[in-house]
Design a protein around this ligand. Structure first.
Ligand code: NDP
Length: 401
């Protein structure tokens, strides 16, 4: 019996739970809990229709450690999969420690009042998880998540030494809407408006947000503008692969998205500090989130493909080599299978895979783990089997920028 408790009923939670139900030999009992129980019930209904599997649902405010501990104690899962927001990470880790349960998430902790996501807060739980004999797996989404697994696979099988690593994240999907974010709008806007940062020769190089642009021709999508950004996995890759001299992250954005973003920033709607409005405090970015479409509603609208991968340069058997490992995911196919678009799909599937590897004991340990620390082979194998097939391609030359 492998019971799992999933917290968070957004797009990512929906995909993960559908995929778990499709693998009911591993996930023998699934409970989905979130702040709004109606959203859990709607997902449960879809899971029942698509897979025939019945899942349990519950209401939980995961900021409340005591309530979450009580829920974990009553469900008695072998693993809690946190697919709520980064703000809840520490509270859910505390509840897992109190209830004696393993933990997995897809995004690192970020305080609400500061747009600063980093692993330090969660790495600080290392001793407590190790002493309790429990495992916490951090960042088992696509990026972070699969991108680190691609890098680890590259280092294990394709290169004897990695010199440079570029992560290229392209969403070639189009919703037909003038402005929408493909995952939680508040988290997305905090991420893209942050200064860019990349790792070079042992130091972080910082620059203004979205100021460094390159064009890249993505397989099955075509040429797109991509922008240098800071992203979570840069921190764990720099920590676990000190040999890599330069690590960069690039994400594509369309001109319409950037035009809207610039205006929203200029008028102050992406601010995360409280402002007074009609006698009460509001946080502009939270108000903006309420106006924007929910990412989970974009499924039927989104057409096109995502293409996310890693390009590594280095050496294999004494010769220079550049290898590109990537996955292409179709928004409409993702929607047909789970009722969610590809950005939720590419995150929810790796969350299911990380959970499956923990529940089956293929990934095990006591303490707090990043993806780079675990054997990439069973994860890569499951990506191919569960909807996110990947390809390895040699490039003639390293990127010329
Ligand atoms: P959504 O906003 O669609 O869903 C978040 C869910 O969490 C909602 O159901 C929300 O409830 C619930 N929630 C929020 N606060 C609480 C709380 N205090 N207690 C219980 N439930 C709560 O986001 P996504 O599904 O798009 O993203 C989910 C997570 O995945 C995020 O952490 C995001 O950063 C991460 N992510 C990771 C990616 C990766 O590749 N690694 C890519 C994309 C996302 P309600 O509906 O009531 O608001």
């Amino acid at each position: 019996m492998s019971k799992v408790l999933v917290i968070g009923a957004g797009g990512v939670g929906s995909v993960a739970v559908h995929k778990m139900a499709m693998n009911s030999d591993i996930f023998t009992h699934i409970t989905l809990a979130s702040r709004t129980k109606a959203k859990c019930d709607a997902i449960a209904e879809s899971v029942k229709q698509r897979t025939g599997v019945t899942i349990d649902t519950a209401r939980i405010d995961a900021d409340d450690v005591a309530a979450t501990t009580a829920l974990i104690r009553s469900v008695k899962p072998a693993l809690v999969v946190n697919l709520a927001l980064p703000y809840q990470d520490l509270a859910i880790m505390d509840a897992c420690l109190a209830a004696g349960t393993n933990y997995l998430d897809t995004a690192n902790y970020e305080p609400r009042d500061e747009a600063r996501f980093e692993y330090s807060w969660q790495w600080a739980y290392q001793d407590r998880f190790r002493e309790a004999g429990l495992m916490a797996l951090l960042g088992s989404g696509f990026d972070p998540g699969v991108t680190s697994v691609f890098a680890t696979y590259t280092r294990k099988h394709l290169l004897d030494r990695i010199d440079t690593l570029d992560i290229l994240d392209c969403n070639g999907g189009d919703t037909g809407l003038p402005f929408a974010t493909n995952f939680n709008p508040e988290i997305n806007l905090r991420e893209v408006t942050a200064p860019s940062r990349h790792w070079e020769n042992g130091a972080w190089i910082e620059g203004p947000a979205l100021a460094h642009k390159q064009v890249f021709d993505f397989d099955q999508v075509g040429p797109k503008n991509m922008y240098l950004m800071y992203h979570e996995e840069l921190e764990s890759l720099a920590k676990f692969y000190p040999e890599i001299k330069r690590i960069r992250f690039w994400m594509t954005f369309g001109d319409s998205y950037l035009k809207h973003l610039e205006v929203l920033e200029n008028v102050g709607l992406t601010r995360i500090d409280p402002v007074m409005f009609e006698g009460r405090e509001i946080i502009p970015i939270q108000f903006l989130k309420a106006l924007l479409p929910e990412p989970s509603s974009l499924g039927p609208l989104t057409k096109g493909k995502t293409n996310i991968g890693t390009i590594a340069t280095g050496e294999k058997d004494g010769a220079a080599r550049t290898v590109y490992v990537n996955n292409v995911c179709d928004h409409e196919d993702a929607y047909a299978e789970t009722g969610n678009q590809a950005v939720s799909y590419t995150t929810g599937v790796p969350a299911m895979i990380g959970a499956a590897l923990m529940l089956t004991g293929q990934w095990k340990g006591a303490g707090v783990f990043n993806m780079e620390q675990l054997d990439p082979d069973p994860f890569m194998d499951m990506l191919n089997k569960h909807g996110l097939p990947w390809k390895v391609r040699d490039l003639d030359a390293p990127l010329d920028f």
